[in-house]
Structure formats: C-alpha cells, structure tokens
Design a protein around this ligand. Sequence first.
Ligand SMILES: Nc1ncnc2c1ncn2[C@@H]1O[C@H](COP(=O)(O)OP(=O)(O)OP(=O)(O)O)[C@@H](O)[C@H]1O
Ligand SMILES: [Mg+2]
Length: 489
Amino acid sequence: MSGVPERSPAGAPHGAADGALPDQGMRGPASQDKGSDNWPLWSILVVDDEPGMRNFLVKSLAPRCSAVFEAGSAEDGEAIVRSTHVDLIILDIALPGRNGVGWLKDLREQGFSGHVILITAFADLDTAIESLRAGASDFILKPFRVPQILNAVKHCHESSRLARENFVLRHTLSSRPEAAVGLIGDSTLMRDLCRALTRVAGVQSTVLLQGESGTGKELAARALHNLSPRAQGPFVPVNCASMSPELMEIELFGHAKGAFTGATRAREGLFYYAQGGTLFLDEVADLPLPLQAMLLRALEDRMIRPVGSEKQLPVNVRIVAATNRSLTEAVAAGSFRKDLYYRLQVVELTLPPLRQHKEDIAALVQHFMQQLTPSLGVEPLKITPADLAYLAQYDWPGNVRELRNLIERSLILGALNVSALYSVGQGAKSNAGRMAADAGPTTDLHTLEKQHILAVLESVQGDKTQAAHLLGISRRTLERRCAEWTGTP
Ligand SMILES: Nc1ncnc2c1ncn2[C@@H]1O[C@H](COP(=O)(O)OP(=O)(O)OP(=O)(O)O)[C@@H](O)[C@H]1O
Ligand SMILES: [Mg+2]
C-alpha cells in the first residue's frame, strides 16, 4: 500500500447519504431504536488489506451509519483515527507489516476508547484470548456473512447506548419523577405556555426559557424533550453556573488522554452523552465568556472538539437553555455575547411568575399533595376554601417551588403551615405590611418577632429543633430568645 490511505477521495467517508453526515437537524432517535440495525450517529473504520473484504464491509455498513472509512494498513488506519472521530474499528489481525492485535494495544495505550471488532481467517484460542485482553469487543472468524457482522456492530452500539443511559441516570435524573408528568395549571397563561411548548417541541430549534426562579423552567425543558421526536434519547441538564471555565469546558466537551496532568484516559463530555437527545443549559446567563465562544462554535458547526484533542466530533444535540436573569441586560452589561444570545433565542418562551396565575394554586396544591403523600408516608391535608383564599393573597416570590416546599412542610407537620411563609426572605417583605396590620399599628419590631416565633413554635407543637429549622436560626438562638421573654432558659 502507498502512503495514501485506501479510502474514498480526500478522506471523505462512505456514508448513508453519499458520504455526508446524516442531516443532523432532522434525524431523531426514532431511527436509532434500541437494538435496531441502523446507527445514524456512528462512524466506523474498516482496516483490512484485502480490497474485496473492505468493499464487502463498506457496502454492508455504509447505508446504516453516519460514515464508513476504510484503510488497507494499520498505518493508514492510524492516520484516520488521529484525524477523525471513530466509534468502532473493524480490524483484520493479519495486516501487512503489523499485527492487528499489536496495533489495538497501541490504540488503547493512546487512549482510543471506541469499540474494536477483530476479524481473522486464522484463529486459535490464544489469539482470541489475547485480543479480548487487548480490549477488543468482539472476535469474528472469516469468512462471515452480513448478519454476523451486523450483529456484532449492533452489540457494540447497544453497549455504548447502555453506558450512555447509565451515565445520564447516575448524573442527572436524580429523582425527578414529576418531570414526565408535565406542567400543572389551567389558567390562560399556563394553557398558552403549554400550547407553545407542544408546538415548539416538534421542531429542532434552540429554545430559550426565561422566568423567575421556581417558575418551572426545568420542568418545561423536560416537557420539551419528552414531547419531541428525541424523547427516547437522553435529556442531559448542565448547570452553567456551577463550575470554573476550565472544568466546564471538560464537562461539556470531554478531553483526550493526556490533555492535562492526570488525564490518564480520554473522557467524553456532556455533549457526547446528549447525542440524539437534548442538552439543557441551565442558568445560561452565568456561562463564563470563554465558554460562550466555544458554545457558539459548537452550535454553528454542529461539531465539538474535546480538550487536548485534534479531532472534531459531530454532534446531534438539541439545545434548550434557561435563565432567571435578563439576557438582554447581560448583553448590555457585556457579560453575555450578543451573537450567542441571538443563536439561543430562536424561540423564546417565558414562564409566568405564580402571582400572575394564582388561579392555578388550588390545582398545584392538589398536585403536590398527591405527589408527596406517598413518599412522605403521611395522610393528605384538608385544605379549606379559606386556606386557598389565604394562599392567593401571598405574592409567592419563590413561585411554584415555594408553594411545593410549603405543601411538603405542611404535610410533614400535619397542618397547613402558612406561618412559614413569613420566614421566607423576600416573602417577609411582601407580607410585612399584612403582619404589621394584623399586629396593630403600634406593634414594634421586637413584638412582631416574638409573635412570629411563637406562631412557628405553635405550628410545630413546641418542637424547638423543628421551629429553629423553619426560622432559619440555630436552636440555641431560639432558646436564647425564649429565655429573654420568659426570664427562664
Ligand atoms: N406548572 C408546574 N406544575 C407542576 N410543578 C411545577 C410547575 N412549575 C414548577 N413546578 C415544580 O416546582 C419546582 C421548581 O421548578 P423548576 O426547578 O422547574 O424551576 P426553575 O424555573 O428551573 O427554577 P430556578 O430558576 O430556580 O432553577 C419543581 O419541583 C417543579 O417540579
Ligand atoms: Mg432551574
């Protein structure tokens, strides 16, 4: 073989659509069902010195995956692996000048983490064992028939899919059972929102969800995913405010082996784990500026480059972003890139604050009661129309999350625990007026505090630990206050 890799011209792969990657905007996971014989996101490299065998494999595989590369020697194969992302290598053992198993060991050493299926005409048990030890996923004897190789590829693909699913389960879907149910609320505002979510879910556009804290942005993002053709794919949330730019880059894009001290092996990033699904960029306004540039590039090129890697990896991911801060203000302040803002807000939806759709409070209370009673092992509470009227007077600065927390606390305490509303930072502000009015115009701050503490203590039947927890103070501070009023500890 000459130095030129034996593959389609200029490194162009054979692929499902004339060597082109599948239309990443349109291909959903519907075409990559569990155990199907199609792998639209996979690229495969065939390394064999027999042109007939290569042709046979390319013909069988090309219509089923994103790209098939071919090489006639380990050297040519290595050039392809260095420059392109490859998910699976089908590798002949008896290659000119180089043994396939030896090359496989080197590949693993260099950090190649894809699958390798070894094929050979001269098999013995020792070679088979050595291959598996070297990190081969499968070992097939020549001659083989099409279904045999398709089956082997299917197994590799399935094991990657399971690994990805496991990852997503471990890292992200941490007990959010309500997520699949959707948003509760029959008010005009919520009905309009749900209609918009359903309509937008079906298209691939990037969506920006705006709204105050606790209004249900994450729930809406999950609804968008669950209602989309990508529903069978992963939903991967990322909190953009939680990490340093360096860590964030690795988290999103992954890294190559040896990319930094301690990177003993390559690691995939969240973009990779979201393949075929939705990547939810939460608190996107806090994304550090350098990352904003990288994200913009990823969105425009539909390619990512892991840290320390020379290779670009095609990604098929739908982006949903959320923020509780105004992105236009962030753009004006120079902390958010204007071009990224325009890229993200192709569709912009706003989750209304609860104070604008108080007519949904009753349904939400009912919903949280049903949702929480089984896991808490308690009886549901009786909520009277007077209770609901009372809840409707409140401003709900913490929105639906605050209401959910209130119901949870009340269920634990066995009574609707409205006194806790006053202890919520912002809520105290909006309720200060009403409290003062309740207490009379001449009541001073000291008396107000005392009344409040006593009300909370009463609501928990005098349990000081519980009351201190609700008040957000230590038990000792609470005891000191009580001692001041009564003169006893
Ligand atoms: N319309 C709704 N129906 C049912 N549950 C809701 C609704 N809106 C919010 N919730 C619940 O309220 C809680 C907060 O919602 P979520 O985490 O989606 O808010 P968020 O807008 O992402 O808040 P933040 O900006 O603080 O991240 C969750 O438990 C969520 O399930
Ligand atoms: Mg959120």
